[in-house]
Design a protein around this ligand. Structure first.
Ligand code: GDP
Length: 387
């Protein structure tokens, strides 16, 4: 793979955010690096792939999409499917596991599957700092962020160094391969053990019933979140910035070390909150992950070659996403009072009553993941380890 060499960046205390770089070639075999590019061989990428878990959150998606995503993830990486799919009246989780078993049987791919609502997670999390993950029924709450956090606990407890997230509602397996390769290349391009790679797309599209395909340059939610997050930074800094271009990046990866030192947001606030919390903790104050860190936390933004083609969700979903995304800024120390007012107006304009509340879970820390996962594994009847 060839990517542009990260260059220009902005520093926010101990946080360094690079201007987006581009993927230049998916396969750069035979090319030479130069001052502007970085070339990674198959062997280098495969070595990083082996140290990576790719977490795939899924909730009631068509099996064919999940299959395409899982099969497109490079063989050396461990796939962790965290499912919140229904089990009644039909057992979709069972179908997912059977389908994953079949992939494993034919390819030998290492795949882990867990059900987010497994009572064994409830038992394992009780009495730990992550108990707030549990709802009144004693089970882990629904929500993409909650699912991702379970995936992060599993990846860390397996001793893997990197954690990549790839949504299961993706119609294009080829793009999934590119996302994975880009994560590996991104981690090779940065220096810090606490780093994050966030992807943006040249185009984004949904499969709609319209006969004329229409690919947007920017997503409808990310345009808004990027604008308000940049506005929040600009106001705090007294200097305008447009550095954030990946506020809602569902496709992102982080070192597992960073994953356990950061707080996590529930639901769809999870992606913007990562940047918000890093800015709060590494710039405005010095809290984990930045409290005892000499170097910087690095955030690399990369534009892929592939467009992102995923499922159409409708206006209500967009409004909800805008609400929770802006809530992550609204409730943070980053937002000034006038920005809070502007956010409130925007959320109402999007069709919501008010700025939604949000769930924030504390950093899991370095010892809890192993303890929680051990307790979970010994108790679960649904946990599936293939390979
Ligand atoms: P968008 O693509 O960002 O508009 O949001 P989606 O609704 O498509 O969700 C992104 C991914 O998260 C998809 O793969 C969903 O199947 C998955 N997802 C959504 N809600 C949940 C949840 O509660 N738990 C888990 N584990 N995954 C979820």
């Amino acid at each position: 793979m060839i990517i542009e060499r990260p260059g220009e960046f902005e520093s926010y205390g101990k946080l360094r955010i690079y201007r987006p770089v581009k993927v230049l070639e998916l396969d750069g075999t035979g090319a030479d690096s130069d001052p502007n590019t970085l070339v990674y061989s198959h062997a280098m990428l495969a070595d990083t792939a082996l140290r990576t878990a790719i977490v795939v959150p899924v909730k009631d998606e068509e099996l064919v999409k999940l299959r395409g995503v899982v099969q497109a993830i490079p063989h050396p990486s461990t796939v962790i499917v965290v499912s919140a799919s229904r089990r009644e009246p039909t057992d979709v989780y069972r179908d997912e596991v059977d389908m994953l078993s079949e992939i494993h049987r034919r390819t030998g791919k290492r795949i882990i599957a867990t059900w987010q609502r497994d009572p064994a997670w409830g038992e394992a999390l009780k009495g730990t700092p992550l108990e707030p993950l549990l709802g009144e029924d004693g089970l882990v709450r629904y929500g993409k962020g909650e699912g991702m956090l379970l995936g992060a606990l599993l990846a860390y407890s397996m001793g893997l160094d990197y954690l990549g997230l790839i949504d299961s509602d993706n119609f294009s397996p080829g793009s999934v391969l590119e996302y994975s390769l880009t994560y590996y290349a991104g981690f090779l391009a940065v220096e810090s053990e606490l780093s994050m790679v966030r992807l943006k797309w040249p185009y984004k599209g949904k499969l709609e019933s319209s006969e004329i395909p229409y690919l947007r340059k920017r997503g409808r939610v990310s345009t808004v979140t990027n604008e308000y997050l940049n506005a929040a930074i600009s106001r705090r800094r007294g200097l305008e910035t447009i550095i954030v271009e990946t506020a809602n990046s569902g496709e992102h990866a982080l070192t597992t070390k960073l994953a356990v030192r950061m707080p996590w947001a529930g639901g769809y606030a999870v992606e913007p909150y990562q940047l918000v919390s890093l800015l709060e903790r590494c710039w405005l104050t010095l809290e984990p992950p930045c409290d005892d860190l000499e170097g910087a936390v690095e955030v690399l933004q990369v534009e892929t070659l592939s467009p992102h083609i995923h499922s159409e969700r409708g206006e209500e979903h967009i409004a909800k996403m805008i609400g929770v995304s802006l809530a992550s800024i609204y409730w943070s120390r980053l937002a000034t009072e006038d920005l809070r007012e502007a956010i409130r107006e925007k959320v109402v304009e999007a069709g919501l009553q008010d700025v939604p509340s949000m769930m924030i879970y504390p950093p899991p820390g370095e010892t809890w993941p192993n303890r929680i996962v051990k307790a979970f594994e010994s108790n679960s009847e649904l946990y599936t380890v293939l390979g």
